[in-house]
Design a protein around this ligand. Sequence first.
Ligand SMILES: NC(=O)c1ccc[n+]([C@@H]2O[C@H](COP(=O)([O-])OP(=O)(O)OC[C@H]3O[C@@H](n4cnc5c(N)ncnc54)[C@H](OP(=O)(O)O)[C@@H]3O)[C@@H](O)[C@H]2O)c1
Length: 268
Amino acid sequence: MGNSDTGESGVERNVERNTGRRLEGKVAIVTGASRGIGAAIATRLATEGAKVVLASRKIEGLKAVAEQIGDAALPIACHTGKEEQVDGLIAETVATLGKVDVLVNNAATNPYFGPMMNVEWGAWDKTFEVNLKGYFACARAVARHLLERKAAGSIVNVTSVLGQMAAPLQGVYGMTKAGVISMTQTLAAELGPSGIRVNAIAPGLVETRFASALTGNPEIKQMVLDRTTLKRIAQPEDIAGTAAFLASDDAAYVTGQTIAVDGGWTVT
Ligand SMILES: NC(=O)c1ccc[n+]([C@@H]2O[C@H](COP(=O)([O-])OP(=O)(O)OC[C@H]3O[C@@H](n4cnc5c(N)ncnc54)[C@H](OP(=O)(O)O)[C@@H]3O)[C@@H](O)[C@H]2O)c1
């Protein structure tokens, strides 16, 4: 797999993604898999040999991605902020595919853009429900399943660089993403003795619908590019390789970590 991107500097970059088959025999659940980063991660995990359950609220989008992936994909509708739906997701996965080995928590929302001082409780509750309670509900349900099976496993939480620093105008979202990093560390500590690894990926700006208000604004896009050492905006596939690594035994001794995949944005 590869893509060509000349980026802002005009330097041609051929990104060759040489995938292996590191996930043969594994079953993975990817939330928020109907588009964007989740769809790219699900596709990559399937390419590496996993059977992949695609989860999000709307079945139509999931079916479209599943069709692209082929037999390895199983779409299941699930609102990850609703615990009973999360339990149903795990139960249906186990009933159909026999087990779960890998969870990628990726479904998130960001309904409010503006100063924290003005946020309304409705937007606050929604953000925390999906981004934090939803991640925890999925992680706990999968961890319980792994503990019952006495099986090792990998949980990958997609957070954000905005969880690692001040996030003006996206402060509530940033708080939930900081919470995900804390959750990652504590779950890693508590579940490590049982062979369950828990890590996080912190993307910078990625070209998806979620970020279209930012990537579609030339001034904001330029501001991000100026600070990004690799001088291009990430594509969803840039995140997928790190997710596959963390899901696989290549990361067998990696747990509790948050890996920034941001083109160098946070080092400048
Ligand atoms: N794009 C960026 O610049 C960027 C940067 C840093 C971090 N991230 C993180 O990367 C992850 C994916 O972002 P993205 O840019 O790929 O977003 P996206 O294109 O908007 O996709 C979001 C996905 O989440 C699903 N979703 C939303 N609410 C849900 C809910 N309550 N229950 C289940 N699924 C739900 C959506 O499907 P349905 O509508 O069918 O539910 C969709 O599949 C998020 O965690 C985001 O915070 C993104």
